[in-house]
Design a protein around this ligand. Structure first.
Ligand code: PXP
Length: 236
């Protein structure tokens, strides 16, 4: 199981004081040194944390894999094509949200997403879709031409251990199995932390986890090197 570290919240800390530190690119490099196999960030329409400058620095410095989360808009498509990250993850975006609130509704946006995805792919960018654990949405992902998805784990992550959480876990397992039969590479993430990550890490069809907040929060206490190493050893 690979770990991709989402470093948005180093930029959130910087923007809390409109400062120039901490540098998210430094956090990215230290994460790689501690065992992360990819770096993820989300450039939002309002640029509340990650900005174009960060993307340029990431592109130059990151040696593993740069995955940029973004909305499926014209503005973001241009940023991606100019920058050429290894992966673009398409996510829904609502201005007032604290964090991404759900998977992309691929079914309702198929007509728009198909050509949008093709343009990114033509530029040599691999496209992923952040999607809820719902078989119909997965089929729509397949139809719009992606071979990589990230299953949204929020419902599972928000629940305490027990029957309800087991049900949410089973939904993820079922969707991962089905996506695998469609030939998809399967990642997962959102809300995963040091306590809840292991049952997700044990799903054989899932090859990578995207984890941000819990690692950034822990790194404020123990340092980023230790925070990333602890997560890597938990999921391995
Ligand atoms: N995956 C996606 C698509 C996200 O938007 C985020 C949050 O930016 C994450 C994973 C990571 O979630 P968390 O910060 O809760 O670990």
């Amino acid at each position: 199981m690979k770990l991709a570290v989402n470093i948005d919240h180093f930029a959130t800390l910087r923007e809390a004081r409109r400062s120039n530190e901490p540098e998210p690119v430094l956090a990215a490099l230290l994460s790689e040194q501690a065992g992360a196999e990819g770096i993820v960030c989300h450039i939002r329409g309002d640029r509340r944390h990650i900005k174009e400058r960060d993307l340029r620095l990431f592109r130059e410095a990151i040696k593993t894999k740069l995955n940029i989360e973004m909305a499926a808009t014209k503005e973001m498509k241009k940023i991606a094509i100019d920058l050429k990250p290894e992966v673009v993850s398409l996510v829904p975006e609502r201005e007032e949200e604290l964090t991404t609130e759900g998977g992309l509704d691929v079914i309702s946006n198929e007509k728009h997403l198909g050509p949008h995805i093709q343009e990114l792919q033509k530029a040599g960018i691999r496209v992923s879709i952040f999607v809820d654990p719902n078989l119909k949405q997965i089929e729509a992902c397949h139809r719009v031409g992606v071979n990589l998805i990230e299953i949204n784990t929020t419902k599972y992550s928000d629940l305490r251990p027990g029957a309800e959480r087991d049900k949410a876990l089973d939904e993820i397992k079922e969707v991962a199995k089905y996506s695998h039969t469609l030939g998809m590479e399967i990642h997962a993430g959102h809300g995963l932390d040091y306590k809840n990550v292991q049952p997700i890490a044990e799903i054989p069809e899932i090859s990578e986890l995207s984890i941000g907040f819990s690692i950034v929060a822990r790194s404020a206490i123990v340092g980023i090197d230790m925070a990333v190493r602890e997560m890597v050893s938990l999921i391995e």
